[in-house]
Design a protein around this ligand. Structure first.
Ligand code: RP5
Length: 181
């Protein structure tokens, strides 16, 4: 299976059609090799019916594209950017330096340093340019954090996030009760 068809397969379920609804969250990543991890962010956003756009923007291989993407993100209607990258993971920080939108960084696990390199590259931002960094490979939490940011001013979404959290609590309590029986 070629790289192109693998990418096509991964992108097949790609988020909302921007022609139909304007995406509120951008999910970007440094490489197509990040897609299997970053799909989790897209899945969460879909579960909460939040339109998103998913694409590849490399800080190192396509720096001009990264600049244009970050600079136009606000005007395009995005409210949050989720950025995943591995190794010398400069994408989230550079994007955060080019826009004032909130940026959530996802450190991608690497084969050589297990993702510690990605984590440190993303989390160690200088004062003034924040990136909200999730755990290595935890794109699901990046999606949830984006949902929470949007929910602060969206009562209907707020109710759904609260229900999600209550369901998690109930699951734990039910399991605990079963263990105690
Ligand atoms: C980073 O380099 C990407 O985010 C990816 O995690 C890593 C490796 O990229 P590939 O060599 O697999 O394209 O820029």
């Amino acid at each position: 299976i070629s790289v192109k068809s693998r990418l096509d397969n991964l992108l097949q379920s790609n988020s909302s059609d921007p022609k139909e609804v304007s995406p509120r969250v951008a999910i970007i990543m440094g490489s197509q090799s990040d897609l299997p991890v970053m799909k989790d962010a897209e899945r969460v956003l879909k579960e909460f019916n939040i339109p998103c756009e998913q694409t590849i923007v490399s800080a190192h291989r396509t720096p001009e594209r990264m600049y244009d993407y970050a600079k136009s993100a606000k005007d395009r209607g995005f409210e949050v950017i989720i950025a995943g990258a591995g190794g010398a993971a400069h994408l989230p920080g550079m994007v955060a330096s080019l826009t004032s939108l909130p940026v959530i960084g996802v450190p991608i696990k690497t084969s050589t340093l297990s993702g510690f390199d990605s984590l440190l590259s993303i989390v160690q931002m200088p004062k003034g340019i924040p990136v909200a960094t999730v755990a290595i490979g935890n794109a699901e939490n990046a999606g949830l954090l984006a949902v929470r940011i949007l929910a602060a001013r969206d009562p209907e979404l707020w109710d759904r996030v609260t229900k999600y959290q209550n369901d998690l609590r109930d699951m734990v309590l039910e399991t605990a009760e079963r263990l105690e029986d």
